[in-house]
Design a protein around this ligand. Structure first.
Ligand code: AMP
Length: 154
């Protein structure tokens, strides 16, 4: 039977040795758009999904940025008001933020935890640079909560 200390160490290891792939939301369940899509399409996906910001992919399936409704609204604002026709004219890649946090799916817990202080979600990619999912701050906080619950009496 493992000693209390050994059990504690293995519990520590459990979380801090967990790979990002085990915690992420897989790409198939993530709302995202392509860089060549129109702003109109992106606004539709953002509105329907209810998410504040979503990843932008290129044709090869790599993450290129993040788009949100504030960026879209700003992009269609002209001198004399909103120019709604720009929604179909402009492409997502012209407007997206390219400042996007990425981690490899094999990345262990501590780095995503650190990044989640700044970012509400991280884009996860495989070794070839293909988008495979996102890791949200919510998931990271839930893992930490479980961790502290397990350790609260030590
Ligand atoms: P949460 O921590 O669940 O509130 O998610 C944080 C952020 O991650 C959301 O505001 C969205 O920008 C993004 N997000 C979470 N889940 C998804 C999803 N399934 N598809 C696209 N974006 C998502």
């Amino acid at each position: 039977m493992p000693s209390l200390r050994e059990t504690r160490e293995s519990n520590n290891a459990e979380l801090f040795r967990t790979e990002t792939r085990k915690l992420m939301i897989p790409a198939a369940d993530v709302a995202c758009v392509n860089g060549h899509n129109s702003l109109e399409h992106a606004l539709l996906i953002l509105t329907q999904s209810g998410y504040t910001a979503i990843p932008v992919l290129d044709r090869s399936g790599a993450v290129k940025g993040v788009i949100n409704s504030t960026l879209i609204i700003k992009a269609i604002l002209g001198l004399s008001g909103y120019e709604v026709e720009k929604l179909s004219e402009k492409k997502v890649e012209e407007v997206m933020s390219v400042d996007v946090p990425k981690v490899k799916e094999s990345q262990l817990f501590l780095r995503p935890f650190e990044l989640s202080i700044t970012w509400p979600f991280l884009c996860v990619e495989d070794d070839a640079g293909k988008f495979v999912g996102i890791l949200t701050r919510r998931t990271i906080l839930a893992q930490l909560y479980q961790y502290f619950r397990r350790h609260r009496d030590e």
